[in-house]
Design a binder for this molecule. Sequence first.
Ligand SMILES: *[C@@H]1O[C@H](CO)[C@@H](O)[C@H](O)[C@H]1NC(C)=O
Ligand SMILES: *[C@@H]1O[C@H](CO)[C@@H](O)[C@H](O)[C@H]1NC(C)=O
Ligand SMILES: *[C@@H]1O[C@H](CO)[C@@H](O)[C@H](O)[C@H]1NC(C)=O
Length: 537
Amino acid sequence: MAGHSFFLGIQIVALLAGAHGANIVGLFASLSPSHLVIQMSMARILAEKGHNVTVVTVLKPPFLHKDITHILVPLEKDDLQAFSSVVAGLSKTDNSNAYVSMFRSIRQMIQAFSKMGSVMKHPVVKNLYEHPDNRFDLVIVGYFMNSFQLALAHKLKVPLVVALSNPPSFLGNILGNPDEVSYVPAMHLTVEPGIPMSFGKRLINQFGSLAQRLFMFVLEYNNARTYREIYGDDPTLPSYGDLNKNISLIFFASHGISEGPIRPNVPAVIEIGGIQVKDQPDTLPQNMKEFLKEAPNGAILLSLGSNLKIDNLKPETVQKMFNVVSKLKQKVIWKWDDLKNSPGESKNILYSEWVPQDDILAHPNITLFITHAGKGGVTEAQYHGKPMLALPVFGDQPANADAMVKQGFGLQQSLLTLEEDSFLRNIQELLENPKYSKAVQAFSTLYRDRPMSARQTLVYWVEYVIRYHGAPHLQSPVVHMNYIAANNLDIYAVVLAAIAAIYFIVKLVFGLLIKKLKSGLGKSHVRPQSKLKKKQS
Ligand SMILES: *[C@@H]1O[C@H](CO)[C@@H](O)[C@H](O)[C@H]1NC(C)=O
Ligand SMILES: *[C@@H]1O[C@H](CO)[C@@H](O)[C@H](O)[C@H]1NC(C)=O
Ligand SMILES: *[C@@H]1O[C@H](CO)[C@@H](O)[C@H](O)[C@H]1NC(C)=O
């Protein structure tokens, strides 16, 4: 017995050891800096855990680590420009209706995404699987409408995990996660937590979910074409439709228990919301540290993110914002890209091209975060329990802002129609009314209370997949079923056909029976015949 458990022990140790110092490649070709922050945080954590991490990016990563090998895929300026113009186009319209803007920009988006195909053709990426000395144990693909990039795992013949900067209501279905449209809001629809959707909401949600599917269908159609363009008839690769079927698990940047919606998830859905937030903040740069030290009335962090360049922001809007914040008693750290052309000088404002947002939000003297409501920033503020004033512009920002306001963590107003007095009123309300910070601090407590931290969860599941060389046992069988089988439509069809058949058989038999009776009884009994006729009608 003892010997047995001894060997079992050795086996377990060997299994656990198998995941140590693994060679992991992260293909993070997203053109969204906020996605890259999350993905690079994952890479850094894995590197800190002793893995040999290689990351491939097209944007300059926000930070590196000594144990991360970074490969930059130099994209053509035109290609990067194409994406910037999509972003710019979106920010010029007021996107109160996210679906309309989504479809309006679909052609541009398809063009921009198809440019990502050139990443896969680039020699530095090809070298990953063509160089005979490269040995990898796992591929992590940062998802950004780029399923064709999943091919890298097939090329390397190693397990594949995906990282997504959304909750599982998006993309979860490729793992077989149920859609549950009647109570799980699709993207861009916010609902009161814990309260069932009304008929109207469900109707909108049903159509929203269909719109999302249609959008993905069009995008995927084009991605499939890009895939064929890159790989031609490469016999070592599955068809585009089957590319998804080897995903071991997906990391989602969400935490359903505290954020909602409460929904069922298949085991391959792993939530690591808040992964980019450090357990312990780093020390701030000296100038910021000093700036925040003398803040008897508190301080504000103002950041409109990195996707939205200054050129996309109207100068009048910037001027109005400056007029308001320069008169506040609070200190303001303002993320501003072009220090030579700042909105104006004021003693209470510190402009900075680069802001360590997470570390600043962790600072006890920060009492308000004015944000474009990118997922990352909202998450960080929620983690640190700081109220927010959201100025959303495009993409998922309006939905993030809506959800944040519904939760009572702050207020929002449109950046495109910003006026001085409403801006000032909102700031004052958020600074003076304690209900916002109370709500967000209560959430912060719930958000951090987990059996394993986001960091531990990531490490555990990455090493799990490496230990077992993939996790097919974790996979829902639905992944390998077509739409008809997955929804039992064929069963319903057979049942309906059977009911119809029985109905007609019964009708036929009765018809014959009645005919027989009629012909048998017809002459002698007149009255019963009329009774039968009545029953029949
Ligand atoms: C780490 O990965 C790189 C590939 O990016 C490889 O060149 C290097 O040899 C690996 N190091 C170890 C110790 O395996
Ligand atoms: C993908 O999964 C199938 C079975 O589900 C397996 O035969 C195949 O080897 C897997 N491919 C990779 C690259 O893991
Ligand atoms: C916050 O501001 C107060 C008042 O200026 C100051 O006494 C305190 O040291 C500051 N806190 C930190 C952590 O800098």
